[in-house]
Design a protein around this ligand. Structure first.
Ligand code: ADE
Ligand code: ZN
Ligand code: ZN
Length: 337
């Protein structure tokens, strides 16, 4: 899971959910190796049990929109593809099942074969700075903005080998994931609080603690009613009834600046203009301001993802989108063979 915050778990803090959902699992595993009768057997049993319990209690930073958010962006994007783009997608999307089901994969592989992609899920503004300075804050070319350009480049290249074919499948899944992540306001935010992961607040009328990042990854979208791909269909109708042409650009740095502005103005700021800090409560007016932003960002991400894939399929990716001379592996892959 990318995040500690599950849909429908609105009264529990992230860590509590981890323990509540994983502790029975740990007990099951421990019991399934049979309760021992000797002293050393009992000690081994207890140490395995304690270790498993400790592992599940360590809070992991929320990394992305919830699985639900990623699935919604991809499903909406798929419905906006041209026939040529659908052909491209069917050619490179080798995984079983609908495309949207593969859009959360990037969060699952960031700890193994694709360790090099960990930083690609976000962009952090340097400590002590208020303004986003792209050259400074993505100097290592390892942020979400560059990742989008990198995977668009791989997808746009004619494959020369079976390895290239495989990379294109991965590139499509990464591209789809990172375009969505770039539109989560707290994925373009401050290093000092790790995009709100280190800001602990209470939500609406509850007294349970949760982190600000998780609220933006998961809670706002699910509480707005879009708890599944099917329930998000009204967003497609809204896209179809709006003029979204101004969202269709190749200016990924511009998209990044837009997201940062929303982080500053809405995610990090109360209705009365004060800064959200640890210990604060986020009341209903905060949700009412956040909800249309989250819905707009989900719609925008889907429009832009579809635009990129449509343009790539038509051979129209502009040269300034290409990232060919990146340091290290172009695909961020660190093979563990
Ligand atoms: N980890 C560190 N900074 C982060 C951010 N801005 N978003 C998600 N995960 C992070
Ligand atoms: Zn992510
Ligand atoms: Zn996140």
């Amino acid at each position: 899971m990318a995040t500690n915050h599950g849909v429908g778990s609105s009264n529990l803090s992230g860590r509590a959910i981890n323990v509540i959902t994983h502790l029975p699992l740990a007990m099951l595993v421990a019991y399934s190796v049979r309760i021992p009768r000797t002293y050393s057997g009992i000690m081994r049993f207890l140490s395995i049990f304690v270790l498993l319990a400790l592992v599940v209690m360590v809070p992991n930073p929320a990394l992305a929109w919830s699985q639900n958010g990623h699935e919604i962006v991809c499903d909406l994007a798929f419905r906006q593809l041209t026939p040529a783009a659908r052909n491209l997608l069917f050619k490179v999307h080798d995984k079983k099942g609908p495309f949207y089901k593969s859009c959360h994969w990037a969060d699952e592989v960031r700890y193994d074969n694709f360790k090099g992609t960990y930083n690609y899920h976000f962009l952090n503004v340097a400590d002590g700075e208020d303004e986003l300075d792209f050259a400074r804050d993505c100097a290592a070319l390892d942020c979400v903005t560059i990742a989008i350009q990198r995977y668009a480049t791989i997808l746009a290249r004619e494959p020369q080998s079976s390895r290239d074919e495989e990379n294109r499948g991965d590139a499509l899944r990464f591209l789809a994931h990172f375009v969505a992540d770039l539109h989560q306001p707290l994925h373009v935010s401050h290093r000092k609080d790790r995009g709100g992961n280190d800001i602990t607040v209470t939500w609406l009328d509850t007294s349970n603690k949760r982190n600000l990042h998780g609220i933006w990854d998961t809670t706002i979208l699910s509480e707005s009613g879009a708890r599944s791909v099917a329930l998000a269909m009204p967003l497609l109708t809204r896209i179809q009834n709006m003029d979204v042409s101004m969202w269709r650009t190749f200016d990924i740095v511009g998209w990044t600046a837009e997201t940062y502005q929303l982080a500053e103005m809405v995610a990090y700021t109360h209705e009365n203009g004060t800064r959200v800090i640890t210990g604060d409560n986020l009341p209903l007016p905060y949700f009412e301001r956040a909800r249309p932003i989250v819905e707009q960002q989900i719609m925008k991400a889907s429009v832009r993802l579809a635009y990129l894939i449509n343009q790539i399929a038509a051979g129209n990716l502009p040269r300034n989108m290409l990232v060919l001379n990146s340091p290290g592996n172009i695909d961020g892959r660190i093979r563990v063979e």
